[in-house]
Design a protein around this ligand. Structure first.
Ligand SMILES: [Mn+2]
Length: 322
């Protein structure tokens, strides 16, 4: 734990709802919007603990995030220290930089560290920073996992993009209707510890050093296959597939309301942004976001789809012998 903790731990551990974010400094404004949306829909009779796992964070961002604390919603910060596992992940990621990978930061892998870093919790929720809640996260936390290791929503992008679909089926050996998006997760931490999830994942990383499309998400799908509860899609609604009745909107991958206009659900984002402490920062940033930036991003997404298409041509799954 770091000096950044709020220091008030009035909330009893067994009753608290732990919600994890994993960020690097750039993600702080979006995480703040998501956290503001949790607070907006929080049940006053319940207690929430937002855990922010980070690699680096500026003092300004720390103060701004910390300012979101309320009576029943505390915020804790945790700088993830280097361990043998993290070193392996960082080494793997550094090999991939420049290969057109979106997910070349070790921070994307931090969600895989939660079970190991927090032996005091049996269950937790993980959410990406590019999400906005429209309902109480406690309801998501209360999902009965029915003996499964994780609860998550089937990935819409895989359904929609043929290259992604072929990639998960051929390269990962996961039926596309089973492949989940890892942006919203209900985690059975006890089971993740019991199966030694982190060391298993690191073993695979070291053994194959594979260049995948969405590494941490792909590993989660492969390692937990058959033990994943598919939860209601309204808990991870993708604007490109419609957000009617959504309990959580996930501005995943393609279009972000803080970069482009006319994104489905943008008013939901800006509404949360107003309470995040970053409203003016975000508006300013959006104005500076150029047509060229949008083109670069589209080219990156295009490259990722091409990569998926290439990897889909393999004769057998890349990762075998789990
Ligand atoms: Mn996301």
């Amino acid at each position: 734990m770091s000096i950044f903790n709020t220091g008030r731990s009035l909330i009893h551990k067994s009753k608290v709802i732990p919600v994890f974010y994993t960020i690097t400094d750039d993600f702080a404004p979006y995480a703040a919007c998501s956290i503001a949306s949790i607070i907006k829909h929080a049940n006053p009779k319940k207690s929430y603990r937002i855990m922010i796992l980070y690699d680096k964070i500026s003092f300004r961002n720390y103060i701004k995030l910390r300012n979101l604390v309320t009576r029943n919603c505390e915020i804790q910060f945790h700088k993830v220290r280097h361990s043998i596992y993290l070193r392996a992940v960082i080494k793997h990621c550094s090999n991939k930089v420049g290969a057109g990978d979106f997910f070349s930061s070790a921070v994307y892998f931090y969600r895989s560290f939660i079970a190991r870093l927090y032996p005091m919790y049996g269950k937790a929720v993980y959410v990406d920073s590019d999400t906005i809640f429209l309902d109480d996260v406690a309801k998501l936390f209360d999902t009965d996992l029915k003996g499964n290791i994780i609860g998550a929503v089937v990935d819409k992008k895989v359904e929609v993009v043929p290259e992604f679909r072929q990639y998960v089926e051929n390269a990962l050996g996961v039926p596309h209707k089973e492949y989940i998006n890892s942006g919203v997760l209900v985690l059975d931490l006890k089971q993740l510890r019991k199966m030694h999830y982190l060391s298993k994942m690191v073993d695979i990383i070291e053994k194959y050093d594979a260049s995948l499309v969405a590494p941490d998400q792909d590993y989660l799908n492969v390692l937990c296959r058959g033990k994943i509860l598919h939860i209601d899609p309204s808990w991870n609604a993708d604007p490109s597939a419609g957000i009617k009745g959504a309990k959580l909107v996930h501005f995943n991958l393609f279009k972000k309301p803080w970069q482009c206009d006319n994104v489905d659900g943008e008013e939901i984002f800006w509404d949360a942004a107003e309470k995040s402490g970053y409203y003016h920062d975000l508006l300013k940033k959006k104005k500076l976001y150029s047509v060229n930036d949008i083109r670069v991003k589209e080219a990156q997404v295009g490259a990722l789809i091409i990569k998926a298409g290439k990897l889909a041509k393999v004769k057998e799954p890349i990762i075998k012998d789990l």
